[in-house]
Design a protein around this ligand. Structure first.
Ligand code: GLU
Length: 299
């Protein structure tokens, strides 16, 4: 059976973009006769708040979206991510990264002032410098013994050599196609942070497998991240879901919606008297048989 999921992070209130994603998941799950799960991606204990999580449930219930079973809260499953991390560590693909944010910035600035370009990842962050990867084991061990704060990173070059070429099945934007994965563009991605014992990439891949998700439907802003997800799936021996990266809902001036912009927040729209049907129309997903959508859905 097809299994879909909507996976918001409770670090702000939901806006029209989330409504579109959740409603599209619902529509595709219903069309496939499948299930729709809710996952609360709350690994970032600093930024996630109980009131935002309550808001997610409230907004989704107001939209009339019923999920199959209780929500999976990532913060209750750190042991699952630790097990996956151990497996990657056992394969020799993980190293401790001690460089602080400031040290990374200094490294990159020095390279660039020497006239050399320093690559950035698809999200625009500079690739992680090779300093920690190339650190002698004796030095790294001494730092670990001294309790120096560190993250854990994937040795991308080694991981690529183990995994070989990868692709994924994509149906966003109309045609179905096979997209070649390009995880190298992300460099040595983070698998566990200094404060958080996992990362977005690791937990999303583990959860999609544990929840037996067959269809990942999410925004195009996560298209490039799928390359990393395919790599981790391959390394961990996990099945590859189908992917559908949908268009992003823009505000009146054409900018991507952000959690901070209140004029498109579902709670604000509800307070202003908008109905769930009007939200559906605004995102181009009017209920079948209902009023005509304001825009066609090229998702
Ligand atoms: N938690 C992510 C977000 O709110 C979505 C992750 C995903 O769908 O893979 O942007």
């Amino acid at each position: 059976m097809a299994v879909f999921r909507f996976a918001p992070s409770p670090n702000g209130r939901l806006h029209l973009g989330h409504a579109y994603s959740a409603l599209l998941n619902l529509r595709l799950a219903e069309a496939a006769g499948g299930r729709l799960l809710l996952r609360i991606e709350d690994i970032d204990r600093e930024r996630c708040r109980p009131e935002y999580e309550a808001g997610i449930h409230e907004d989704l219930a107001w939209l009339g979206i019923a999920f199959d079973g209780p929500a999976r809260r990532q913060s209750e499953h750190f042991a699952d991510y630790a097990a996956a991390l151990d497996r990657l560590r056992g394969m020799g693909l993980v190293y401790p990264a001690f460089l602080s944010r400031a040290e990374i910035a200094r490294f990159v600035a020095e390279r660039q002032s020497g006239g050399r370009a320093w690559h950035r990842d698809p999200d625009g962050s500079p690739l992680f410098p090779p300093v920690d990867r190339d650190r002698p084991a004796s030095d790294a061990d001494a730092r670990l013994r001294a309790g120096e704060p560190h993250a854990l990173r994937l040795d991308m070059a080694k991981a690529l050599a183990v995994a070989g070429p990868l692709d994924w099945r994509e149906s966003g934007g109309g045609a179905r196609q096979l997209v070649p994965a390009e995880p190298a563009a992300w460099g040595d991605v983070i698998l566990a942070g200094r404060e958080t014992p996992t990362s977005y990439h690791l937990s999303v891949v583990v959860d999609d497998a544990l929840q037996e998700v067959t269809d990942v439907v999410r925004g195009r802003d996560l298209f490039a991240a799928t390359s990393v997800h395919r790599l981790l799936q391959k390394l961990l021996g996990l099945p590859a879901p189908r992917y559908h990266h949908h268009r992003l809902i823009a505000d009146e001036s054409g900018r991507k919606l952000a959690k901070s912009s209140n004029d498109t927040g579902l709670a604000e729209l509800r307070a202003a008297g908008l109905t769930p049907d009007e939200v559906r129309q605004r995102v181009g997903l009017a209920a079948p048989g209902g009023a005509a959508p304001r825009q066609r859905d090229p998702a």
